[in-house]
Design a protein around this ligand. Structure first.
Ligand code: HAM
Length: 432
């Protein structure tokens, strides 16, 4: 294929054959979020480049090498959002929504990062992002985690585990950072190039190194959890106790540091062993300093985002049946004059039976081909409308999933007849 007809590397189509699990996840998430009082927010895909630089941090992989940044016709430097938190905070500030108020928000949509694509890692990927803004206490951290746990339960996903850590306050982290830098400096000859570069900019990220040769030296590094300030320690203890109370198992991972700079205190990650090297399904934490750092009034906040592609992969491995909306009725049209009559009848049926779905065989084709389409559509009932029926003012009805024969019905009685037949053919009330 010519280049312009290839999809962009790392950016995928979601085809109708795959959409069932996506919709199932989205619908379930919507219901769970509503059950916890979270409201949807929608924002532009593009923000000023500086917003991401300042929010995510200059020395992070995302800002250093992964952003899709361009200059628009007016000379502004803009960036396709690599994540949602920065835009949500920007929106709270620019719409004047802070002023001590509290917001529980969620957002879904595509994010863009120029990473090396592999299974579970894409350049355009999708997140469901949840943020609680204006909440300081560990109670909301626990509530967010309980919400995610409920989502996994509702979806039937079991191959995920929760990891927790606390990054403390910027002050306690600064003191820890000095300890860490002096530790790594004393082993500088054993650091890889990436880690050496991070030593000045972002030494905590060295703890997160994926290089197996770094394992031993990272294992010997001092632990942040042993250098927390008393308030952060209390915050973390209350969070753990609350999770114990609710009955959500977790593992404390003192090396969980996250790849974005805005975190303080609680960080957490749901990980899985089902997706190869891309193990993070859902990650987040507290970012108490971010809003004031971006120019809003000081407001504590906490949130997380999950990768939709990764959750969908877990759903498909768990063999959760996709719930696509199939038509209830397929209308077979035979003859050219019948076509416009069939469309009229279908409009009338949709007006009357508003909870039912009708798929009309527009485009015509011979009888056999249309019946094949009717079968494939998933409908349980076919209506047959031909020139002959049209002349007599009737429609033929034929159940598709059982061997009962064809019957006829006057057009004037059709809606009532279709409904009673569908109730008979779908005893479990397949229609939603
Ligand atoms: P993040 O860890 O960068 O955090 O991304 C969150 C999730 O998005 C990851 O756990 C993963 O499931 C998914 N993800 C990230 N990059 C990719 C990729 N290239 N391909 C597929 N999936 C990916 C954030 O984005 C923070 N904004 C989360 C947050 C919200 N923290 C506080 N509030």
């Amino acid at each position: 294929l010519a280049d312009h007809i290839q999809p962009v590397r790392g950016m995928n189509d979601v085809l109708p054959t795959q959409i069932g699990l996506w919709q199932h996840l989205e619908t379930t998430a919507r219901q769970v979020f509503a059950a916890y009082g979270y409201e949807e927010i929608r924002l532009p895909l593009v923000e000023h480049t500086d917003l991401f630089k300042r929010a995510i941090g200059e020395f992070t992989d995302v800002v250093e090498k992964e952003m899709y940044t361009f200059t628009d016709q007016g000379g502004d430097s803009l960036t396709l959002r690599p994540e949602a938190t920065a835009g949500i905070v920007r929106s709270m500030i620019s719409n004047g929504l802070l002023r001590g108020a509290r917001h529980k928000l969620w957002l879904t949509g595509p994010m863009f990062r120029h990473e090396r694509p592999q299974k579970g890692r894409y350049r355009q990927f999708h997140q469901i992002d949840v943020e609680a803004i204006g909440f300081a206490g560990p109670d909301v951290d626990a509530e967010l985690i309980a919400l995610t746990a409920r989502l996994w339960r509702t979806l039937g996903i079991s191959r995920v585990k929760l990891q927790l850590n606390s990054l403390g306050t910027p002050e306690s982290r600064r003191a820890y950072r000095e300890l860490l830098v002096s530790y790594f400096r004393s082993h500088e000859d054993r650091l890889d190039a990436d880690s050496r570069r991070r030593l000045d900019g972002n030494p905590l990220r060295i703890l997160d190194s994926k290089n197996p040769e770094m394992k031993a030296i990272v294992a010997g590094a001092p632990l942040l959890t042993e250098h927390l300030d008393p308030e952060s320690r209390d915050h973390f203890n209350v969070l753990c106790a609350t999770l114990d109370g609710i009955g959500i198992p977790y593992e404390i991972n003192p090396r969980l540091v996250r790849g974005l700079d805005y975190y303080s205190r609680t960080v957490f990650e749901w990980i899985t062993d089902a997706l190869g090297s891309q193990d993070a399904v859902c990650s987040g934490g507290r970012y108490d300093g971010l809003i004031s750092q971006l120019g809003g009034e000081a407001t504590p906040a906490v949130g997380f985002a999950m990768g939709i592609e990764r959750v969908v992969e877990l759903l498909s491995q768990a063999q959760v049946a996709p719930q696509t909306l199939k038509p209830d009725v397929y209308i077979v049209v035979s003859g050219s004059t019948a076509a416009s009559g069939a469309l009229m009848i279908a409009e009338h049926l949709r007006d009357t039976l508003t909870h039912r779905r009708f798929d009309v065989g527009v485009g015509g084709g011979n009888f056999k081909a249309q019946f094949r389409r009717a079968d494939r559509s998933g409908a349980v009932l076919a209506l047959i409308f031909g020139d002959d029926e049209l002349a007599r003012g009737v429609v033929s009805l034929k159940p598709l999933r059982q061997d009962s024969g064809q019957t006829e019905c006057a057009v004037t009685e059709l809606a009532t007849r279709v409904e009673s037949l569908l109730v008979e053919l779908q005893p479990n009330g397949a229609a939603v």
